[in-house]
Design a protein around this ligand. Structure first.
Ligand code: SF4
Length: 289
């Protein structure tokens, strides 16, 4: 049996940078005796979060939790790659926390677009999943009305107000093809405004490669955290091409009972999956099958 790895997989540039930032802060002398937090898990991967926890880094789930901590426990807060709304940053600073910003530059680019376009009076349409922290963050940089469109049906139903100008952007991890379809629906409605494709290149490349790989293998393994939206999308894409697609978090979840006819196994991984987990899985599959 042959194992084929996707060329691009695992930690993307933004996730790597965010995780590196946390390790740098652990080493930073200025943090000696001061607690370090990440605002939400730094990446959607339990292994990474647990390792950081062992090194003393705690996760702040929200502003309310930050508010409850006594003054002496208000240390450094690292903003993860997804970023946060402007109001959240301001609030944390007001509460006395020192912010270290690990927002991915590609996400920051969206903040800049949203800020500028909303200041120019346009309403913002974010093509993405409502409730996802990145989408909530992007929404929080708009000064005007913001709509979130997560599906083609929602795009079909959407009617702008009379004379309303729109700026359409997307969540970085949104499926590129679906984003194009949503934009096409808006186009058919004759909307007024601009479109900026803000799907991250890392996501596009991973999705295209995963689709191509899944179409030529017998079994496909997708590795990533349960809450990782980009891993879930990779899984959906692979499942469309390859019926025997497995979604696992770590090697422990892999219980393969493969038919003898299986010749090719493909492996890909979400953007928040560390290399050591990918290595473990591929070694296991190579040795055991
Ligand atoms: Fe940045 Fe892209 Fe990674 Fe998101 S997927 S963190 S935008 S590099």
């Amino acid at each position: 049996m042959e194992v084929i790895l996707a060329e691009h997989m695992g930690f993307c540039f933004g996730a790597q940078k965010a995780v590196d930032t946390v390790y740098e802060q652990i080493e930073n002398e200025e943090n000696v005796g001061r607690p370090i937090y990440t605002f939400g898990p730094i990446v959607h991967n339990e292994e990474v979060v647990n390792d950081l926890q062992r090194k003393g880094v705690r996760v702040l789930s929200d502003l309310a939790e930050a508010e409850k901590l006594p003054d002496g426990e208000r240390g450094t807060v690292i903003i993860r790659a997804h970023g946060v709304a402007r109001a959240v940053r301001e609030r944390l600073e007001k509460q006395g926390y020192t912010l270290v910003d690990a927002t991915c530059p590609f996400v920051k680019r969206i903040y800049n677009i949203v800020e500028k376009e909303s200041e120019a009076g346009k309403s913002i349409v974010i093509v993405g999943n409502a409730g996802h922290p990145e989408v909530e963050g992007i929404r929080g940089w708009s000064n005007t009305k913001t709509y979130i469109i997560g599906s083609l049906e929602e795009a079909e139903k959407f009617t702008p107000e009379e004379g309303e100008e729109l700026c359409i952007v997307s969540q970085t991890t949104f499926n590129y093809k679906k984003f194009q379809d949503v934009v096409e629906i808006f186009g058919e409605k004759g909307y007024n405004g601009s479109v900026v494709n803000t799907v991250c290149n890392a996501t596009e490349v991973r999705q295209a490669e995963a689709r191509e790989l899944a179409a030529r293998v017998d079994v496909m393994i997708v590795i990533g955290g349960n809450h990782s939206s980009n891993t879930r999308k990779l899984y959906e894409i692979c499942r469309q091409e390859c019926e025997m697609t497995y979604y696992i978090q770590t090697l422990d979840d892999l219980h393969l009972n493969l038919p003898k006819s299986v010749r090719l196994v493909g492996i890909t991984a979400g953007a928040s999956t560390p290399n050591n987990i990918i290595e473990e899985v591929q070694n296991y599959v190579r040795i055991n099958f």
